[in-house]
Write a protein that binds this ligand. Structure first.
Ligand SMILES: Cc1cc2nc3c(=O)[nH]c(=O)nc-3n(C[C@H](O)[C@H](O)[C@H](O)COP(=O)(O)O)c2cc1C
Length: 148
């Protein structure tokens, strides 16, 4: 089984979280590639991977806004991309003092479903520093591996 993690990260938290997810997937026999969203294309969402995991924090105030590098990627998803038969999961670190705690997770899940994709596990939302929630992230990743 193969997975790709695509992350966008401005201050490093999502990148750190991606590393934990990647480690856990590898430990569960899933061969994992991790890439910054700036280095991939939307066609990677429908590539040969058995699972694509998106990591994207929210950067809004009153409304949900995606991390800046993810914005461009998201706009390209708007086209005629058909993700039927493809499996996805979404995660984010966030801050529960904001109105839309990790709103980016719900936002991306909605779009992936609209495009025909399957969300195999409820998105993971971590409040604060991901390094403080390593076991929760490892458990979530292990359940992703089992769902494949
Ligand atoms: C201007 C600004 C807006 C933010 N908006 C939200 C938000 O709406 N919801 C949320 O959960 N976190 C919000 N955050 C917190 C970030 O998503 C959080 O710090 C995250 O860990 C950043 O990830 P990164 O280090 O990978 O860039 C916001 C942070 C900033 C600076």
């Amino acid at each position: 089984m193969k997975a790709m993690i695509i992350f966008g990260s401005t201050t490093g938290n999502t990148e750190a979280m991606s590393e934990i997810v990647s480690k856990a997937l590898d430990e569960n026999e899933i061969e994992t590639i991790t890439a910054n969203v700036t280095e991939v294309s939307v066609n990677d969402l429908k590539g040969e991977n058995d699972l694509v995991v998106l990591g994207c924090p929210a950067y809004g105030d009153d409304e949900i806004e995606l991390q800046e590098d993810f914005e461009e990627f998201y706009e390209k998803m708007e086209g005629s991309l058909d993700l039927s038969g493809k499996k996805f999961a979404v995660f984010a670190p966030g801050d529960s003092s904001y109105e839309h705690f990790c709103g980016s997770v719900d936002f991306l899940e909605k779009k992936l479903k609209e495009l025909g994709g399957e969300i195999i596990e409820e998105g993971l939302k971590i409040d604060g520093d991901p390094d403080d929630s390593e076991s929760e992230i490892m458990d979530w990743s292990a359940s992703l591996a089992k769902s494949l």
